[in-house]
Ligand binder design. Structure first.
Ligand code: NAD
Length: 246
């Protein structure tokens, strides 16, 4: 028996990295998984790979797209039991170089995209549903050039705490995963010429001597949407190889 047999899950940004690994994990545990992403071809590939899945092309920073997503789930007729709010972007930008457009892009995706994804699917959540947000260890580790991204992820950690209190009376749990550096196309894409060099450099700051694998974040997501975490809400789980946690 799977831990999510008969459950319906949503994974935003499920075409790559942590989201794709989590869609696989949820489906392997018996869930039907709605996967979102911006690129139809990548979405089709992910749905094919994952198997028990439905793809909905949807940009989290576009309210009309989020309405379409909610409609697609509504038409499925089953509601949602698990929501992994994962879609996000990162970019290097120092205080000297950061532009207003960088700010808007990062915050519209990483903060607005999270707020309005959750708002739009909230009426579709079944009793006992669980929401998992995706923070980042960058929020508190002071790494140079990550200010914009770090601030957007600090906001997620605050939203997780707040929404846990707002939704507890409706029987909905909200928890946050705080990944450390994880080997994904998104992280590697920050240094497209030599992603391995970036991964190795980041590993030097981690007590376990390596960065994370997407499957290791997916395991935490599974725990937080499953009944195994039934007494947890408003919590944060760090999955970061023992890095200093702030
Ligand atoms: P990734 O780039 O490999 O995957 C991100 C996914 O989000 C992709 O499917 C992408 O298409 C999607 N996405 C991006 N913007 C979107 C938008 N506007 N609308 C819909 N989908 C969108 O990245 P990843 O490393 O797997 O990151 C996943 C999440 O984990 C992000 O929120 C990221 O900030 C967070 N995170 C990653 C790391 C890391 O080191 N990789 C560490 C901490 C937190």
């Amino acid at each position: 028996m799977g831990q999510l047999d008969g459950k319906i899950a949503l994974v935003t940004g499920g075409t790559s990295g942590i989201g794709l690994a989590t869609a696989h994990r949820f489906a392997a545990e018996g869930a039907h998984v709605f996967i979102t992403g911006r690129d139809q071809q990548r979405l089709d590939n992910a749905v094919k790979e994952v198997g028990n899945a439905t793809g909905v092309r949807s940009d989290v920073s576009d309210l009309a797209d989020l309405d379409r997503l909610a409609l697609a789930i509504r038409e499925h007729g089953t509601g949602l039991d698990a929501v992994f709010v994962n879609a996000g972007i990162g970019e290097f930008a120092t205080l000297d170089s950061v532009g207003w457009q960088d700010y808007q892009k990062t915050f519209n995706t990483n903060v607005g995209g999270v707020i309005f994804t959750v708002q739009k699917v909230l009426p579709l959540l079944n009793p006992g549903a669980a929401i998992v947000l995706t923070g980042s260890s960058s929020a508190g580790n002071g790494q140079p050039s990550f200010g914009l991204y770090a601030a957007s992820k600090a906001a997620i950690r605050s939203l997780g705490r707040t929404w846990a209190g707002e939704l507890v009376g409706r029987g909905i749990r909200v928890n946050t995963i705080v990944p450390g550096p994880t080997e994904t196309p998104g992280l590697g894409g920050l240094v497209p010429d030599n992603p391995q060099a970036l991964f190795q450099q980041l590993a030097t700051g981690i007590p376990m001597g390596r960065i994370g694998r997407p499957e290791e974040i997916a395991n935490a997501a599974l725990f937080l949407v499953s009944d195994q975490s039934s007494f947890m809400t408003g919590s944060e789980i760090f999955v970061d190889g023992g890095a200093e946690q702030i």
